[in-house]
Design a protein around this ligand. Structure first.
Ligand SMILES: Nc1ncnc2c1ncn2[C@@H]1O[C@H](COP(=O)(O)OP(=O)(O)OP(=O)(O)O)[C@@H](O)[C@H]1O
Ligand SMILES: [Mg+2]
Length: 408
């Protein structure tokens, strides 16, 4: 039997499937299991092979069930990929109550109105995230519930994705035998875990350096301002190394992880890497500085694309609370310093911002950032603190009332 108070975060990434599970105890998550298995069915954040992806999810699920000792029947699933795009939508409604007091239902109606944005038939909404409300012309209201007025307006950020990409992902999850409690754009889940309210207020960016993608979510004045997924990630660095050093991909990956640096100037001219340590019969010797130069070239491209996204919203070099880095790619040596230089912003590796119990130290690995973030996001959603809609007819809404019984 699956436990009732169980939350599972499922991150189907371009290099791995990561899943974490935890129990809601007194309104907090106690993490009871985490797993990571390689995945070959996703490219650049999008499912390209259903069979491989289903098999990776099933494998992860089986291992997770074994570690946490309970059956798992549903999960909160992260979605990413360069098909994701954002737009601004507005909604207007008349306040329902005769005395003009704005209630939760008015807010839900105005968000539903913002949701009726015209999208091409091949796209679907993933989130409608309220940015600011206006009550009878008074702008910049954060939470209108309890206020009095006649006309309620909202400006919301709509995050949408390609129908085919969304369907292929959900199909894989269903085929692996899981119900989907909610579909959440991964960087938002990571940001929820790693960026404090204050940092979101001042201006900050979550940057997830994954294998096949680099995704970002920008916050200011407490609201999400922009989000994007760039189809270039750390695997591209590995591929460049394989070509530049004439080695296999596996060897290039090992070299990147053990000897890679994001800044060639930090590497001494004399440092030589002997490849014999990685494979028998291999006698090639390479300069570590050259490895770093190859890495720097690809990172330069990634940072330029990030700056382009920031430029679109007038925030290039303009986020005082800086960049919070996560994802496996962020573990590269000297990456934080390179990010500071290239983005002209403060930068740091993301740490948890919300208290949890259980295997907390193990989950500090940025590879689990999204799956843990998904659990925390769902918990917050269940407390009614978010009002973003999720796909599949507001599945999170159903989860909300379900989890409520476990909250203090
Ligand atoms: N110590 C390390 N140094 C450098 N790179 C690393 C290190 N550890 C992992 N990586 C890289 O991180 C990448 C995987 O990161 P992550 O698990 O966040 O990606 P993903 O979620 O599978 O992909 P995506 O989010 O793009 O769909 C791989 O390219 C891997 O080489
Ligand atoms: Mg990822």
């Amino acid at each position: 039997m699956a436990k009732d108070n169980l939350l599972v975060g499922l991150d189907v990434g371009s290099t791995k499937v990561a899943a974490t599970c935890g129990e809601i105890v007194e309104g907090m998550i106690n993490v009871t299991g985490f797993v990571k298995v390689p995945n070959n069915g996703v490219r650049k954040g999008v499912v390209t092979d259903i069979e491989d992806t289903v098999s990776a999810i099933s494998d992860a699920l089986e291992k997770l069930e074994r570690t946490c000792g309970t059956r798992i029947s549903s999960a909160i699933v992260g979605i990413s990929g360069s098909h994701i795009s954002t737009s601004i939508s507005k909604g207007v409604v008349a306040v329902a109550r005769a005395d003009g007091e704005i209630g939760r239902s008015d807010v839900e109606r105005v968000l539903a109105a913002a949701r009726t944005v015209a999208l091409p038939p091949n796209r679907e909404i993933i989130h409608v995230i309220p940015r600011t409300y206006t009550v009878d012309g008074q702008q910049s209201i954060v939470d209108p519930v309890g206020m009095t007025g006649i006309r309620l307006e909202v400006e919301a950020l709509v995050i949408s994705g390609a129908t085919a990409a969304i369907r292929n992902l959900t199909k894989c999850v269903y085929q692996a035998g899981l119900e989907i409690q909610g579909l959440v754009f991964s960087p938002i889940a990571c940001a929820h875990r790693m960026i404090s309210k204050k940092q979101k207020e001042i201006g900050s960016m979550l940057l997830d350096l994954g294998g096949g993608t680099t995704s970002l979510a920008v916050y200011e004045e407490g609201d999400i301002l922009h989000a994007a997924v760039i189809p270039v990630g750390s695997s591209h660095i590995t591929n460049d190394l394989a070509i530049g050093l004439r080695t296999s991909i596996e060897m290039a990956e090992k070299i990147k992880i053990k000897y890679g640096s994001a800044i060639p100037d930090k590497v001494r001219e004399s440092e030589i890497i002997s490849l014999s340590q990685f494979a028998q019969g291999e006698n090639q010797r390479i300069e570590r500085k050259y490895v770093s130069e190859i890495i720097q070239a690809r990172l330069g491209e990634i940072f330029a694309l990030i700056n382009q996204e920031l430029k679109k919203i007038g925030k290039e070099g303009m986020l005082p609370a800086g960049v919070i880095l996560t994802g496996g790619g962020s573990k590269l040596e000297d990456l934080v310093e390179a990010a500071k230089e290239e983005l002209r912003l403060p930068a740091a590796i993301g740490v948890r911002n919300i208290d949890m119990g259980g295997f907390v130290d193990k989950l500090a690995d940025p590879v689990y950032a999204a799956s843990v973030g998904l659990m925390l996001y769902a918990l917050e959603e269940s407390k009614g603190n978010f009002s973003s809609f999720s796909l599949e007819g507001g599945v999170i809404g159903k989860a909300k009332s379900f989890f409520k019984q476990f909250l203090p």
